[in-house]
Design a protein around this ligand. Structure first.
Ligand code: FPP
Length: 227
């Protein structure tokens, strides 16, 4: 969800206003995904690197998170959407962590769609954790090194119950991954749009999905094998 800062700057506002307007696009996108029957939506809301931003901006983002969670819990319930979070959640301020845990707990049985927020998330941090946990288990004879395979790695990722990514959308014209789900996007289709996140509408989402539908996903096979 990139481009909140530039959106605000273009309009002569402070960056916080960009983030505030970004929450409207979050709402629209979640709503559209649920209506389209998408089962999993993961939003990169705050990276491990974002902690390096000015304290005022970090505080604003944390405040926005708490207020959005409070505001949207009823909509999540009404629409049968369950909330999850991935990342180093223990690094979040207590208030955010508490609110998040409450919403996750109260929506855990909802089954229409899973909305996952990546918070204090970094893929390298996630992979480091995986290596540490698996090493510990090998050392203590819980698993043997020879048996380590992709499914064991998947089970130790923050995203353990989520499928691989099909479509990754990045807004604002930047064409990079920025430490997001590096393992999970191995065969994802990448879609970059110049639209800044606060301007991202349901129509932009549909444009991305239509382009995705027209891609040929070969997963290493030939065209003939796929058809
Ligand atoms: C990137 O834009 C955006 C973020 C770091 C934060 C995203 C947060 C929201 C959209 C609001 C809260 C989210 C939820 C889930 C309620 P940027 O600030 O890097 O923009 P720039 O590159 O133009 O400076």
């Amino acid at each position: 969800m990139d481009g909140n800062g530039r959106w605000a700057k273009q309009k002569g506002f402070i960056r916080a206003i960009g983030h505030e307007n970004g929450t409207k696009s979050v709402r629209e996108t979640v709503e559209a995904c649920a209506e389209l029957g998408i089962k999993n939506l993961t939003l990169y809301a705050f990276s491990t690197e974002n902690w390096k931003r000015p304290k005022l901006e970090v505080d604003t983002l944390m405040r926005l998170l708490v207020s959005s969670l409070k505001k949207e819990i009823n909509t999540l319930q009404k629409n049968n959407i369950s909330l999850k979070a991935i990342g180093k959640l223990s690094n979040l301020p207590k208030k955010v962590h508490k609110e998040l845990k409450e919403v996750i707990e109260s929506t855990k049985n909802n089954s229409r769609m899973t909305l996952t927020l990546a918070l204090s998330y970094g893929s390298r941090d996630e992979l480091l954790n995986v290596v540490k946990e698996i090493s510990y288990k090998v050392k203590n004879n819980i698993i043997s090194a020879e048996n380590i395979d992709e499914s064991i790695i998947n089970e130790h990722l923050y995203t353990q119950n989520l499928p691989d990514v099909d479509l990754l959308i990045r807004t604002s014209g930047e064409q990079r991954i920025s430490n997001f789900l590096l393992w999970q996007i191995a065969y994802a289709e990448l879609y970059f749009t110049k639209v800044l996140w606060p301007d991202f509408t349901q129509q932009h989402l549909c444009d991305a999905i239509i382009e995705y539908q027209n891609r040929e996903r070969r997963f290493g096979k030939t065209s003939e094998q796929i058809s």
